[in-house]
Design a protein around this ligand. Structure first.
Ligand SMILES: NC(=O)c1ccc[n+]([C@@H]2O[C@H](COP(=O)([O-])OP(=O)(O)OC[C@H]3O[C@@H](n4cnc5c(N)ncnc54)[C@H](O)[C@@H]3O)[C@@H](O)[C@H]2O)c1
Length: 240
C-alpha cells in the first residue's frame, strides 16, 4: 500500500460514502467529513488532503475554502468547469493545489484517449457526423454530464468543422456536436460516441457498472497530488 493519508471528505452523498469505504479499506484515515455549511467548522482538522464531490453551485466556494486552509484538493464535482480560468488563477496566485476531473475512472480516461484517436482518424472524412449520448441516474443535477462535455470538446479541438456542442434538440449539425442526455433510475454513468456515415457507423461506449472506479481514481489522485503544487488533471496523473 502507498502512504496512508488523513483525508477530509467534502460532500457526504453517494460519492462521499463511496470514497469513505474505499479510503478505509486502503488504510487511510478520515480526518473530517463536511456535508453542509455547519460542518465546515470542523475543517480541516488534521487533514492532509481533501476530496470534494458536492454540487455545481457550491464546488468553487468549497475549493476556495481548501485553498484558504492550504489543503490540497481533489475535486470531482461537475458543472462548474466554466469557472476554471478564475479558479486556476487563484490556485496559482495562492500557491495551492487542485486536481480536478469530470471523471476519475481509469476506464473513462482511456476512453477519452480512444475518442481523441478516433476523431483524428475520422476528421478528414466529412461524411461522418459525430454525436454523443450520456445516461445517468435521475438525481444528477447537471446536463449534459461533464464527461460528455470533455468528449465533445476533444472532438472540437481536433475536427475544425465543429466549434461547439449543443443539447440534441437545438443542434446545427454543420458546426455543432449534438449531445443527448438521458436520466434513468440507478445508472452510474454511460457514455457513447457515434460517428454516423452514409454506409456505416462507428460507436465507442463506456459503461460504469458502479461508483467504485470513480472513488478509487479520486483516492489515487489524492495520493499522487497531495505533495505537489499547481493545477492538475487525470491526464497528468496517467501520463496520457
Ligand atoms: N468526477 C467523477 O468521477 C464523478 C463521479 C460521480 C459523480 N460526480 C459528480 O460529483 C458530484 C457529487 O455527486 P454525488 O452523486 O455524490 O451527489 P450527491 O447529491 O449524492 O452528494 C452531494 C453532497 O454534497 C453535499 N453538499 C452540498 N453543498 C455542500 C457544501 N457547501 N459543503 C459540503 N457539502 C455539500 C450534499 O449535502 C450532498 O450530500 C456531482 O457533481 C456529480 O456529477 C463526479
Amino acid at each position: 500500500m502507498k502512504e496512508a493519508l488523513k483525508i477530509a471528505i467534502i460532500g457526504y452523498g453517494k460519492m462521499g460514502h463511496e470514497i469513505e469505504k474505499h479510503a478505509l479499506a486502503a488504510g487511510h484515515e478520515i480526518a473530517c467529513i463536511v456535508d453542509n455549511e455547519d460542518d465546515w467548522n470542523q475543517f480541516p482538522g488534521e487533514a492532509q488532503v481533501a476530496i470534494e464531490f458536492t454540487t455545481p453551485d457550491t464546488a468553487v466556494n468549497n475549493i476556495f475554502r481548501c485553498f484558504d486552509a492550504s489543503i490540497p484538493v481533489v475535486s470531482g464535482t461537475t458543472g462548474w468547469h466554466n469557472r476554471l480560468p478564475e479558479v486556476s488563477m487563484i490556485c496559482l496566485a495562492k500557491n495551492q493545489t487542485l486536481l480536478y476531473a469530470s471523471n476519475f475512472s481509469l476506464g473513462v480516461n482511456i476512453f477519452f484517449e480512444i475518442n481523441r484517436r478516433l476523431t483524428a482518424l475520422l476528421a478528414p472524412f466529412k461524411d461522418y457526423q459525430p454525436g454523443i449520448s450520456e445516461t445517468h441516474h435521475t438525481q444528477k443535477i447537471d446536463a449534459p454530464s461533464g464527461t460528455a462535455i470533455v468528449l465533445a470538446n476533444e472532438i472540437i479541438d481536433q475536427d475544425q468543422r465543429f466549434n461547439s456542442w449543443k443539447l440534441k434538440e437545438q443542434k446545427n449539425l454543420e458546426t455543432e456536436i449534438p449531445i443527448e442526455s438521458m436520466r434513468l433510475d440507478q445508472v452510474p454513468g454511460t457514455h457513447v460516441v457515434t460517428w454516423n456515415g452514409p454506409a456505416d457507423s462507428i460507436e465507442i461506449k463506456h459503461t460504469a457498472h458502479n461508483r467504485s472506479g470513480f472513488a478509487q481514481g479520486a483516492l489515487l489522485a489524492a495520493q499522487w497530488v497531495w505533495q505537489k503544487k499547481g493545477i492538475f488533471t487525470m491526464k497528468d496523473l496517467l501520463n496520457l
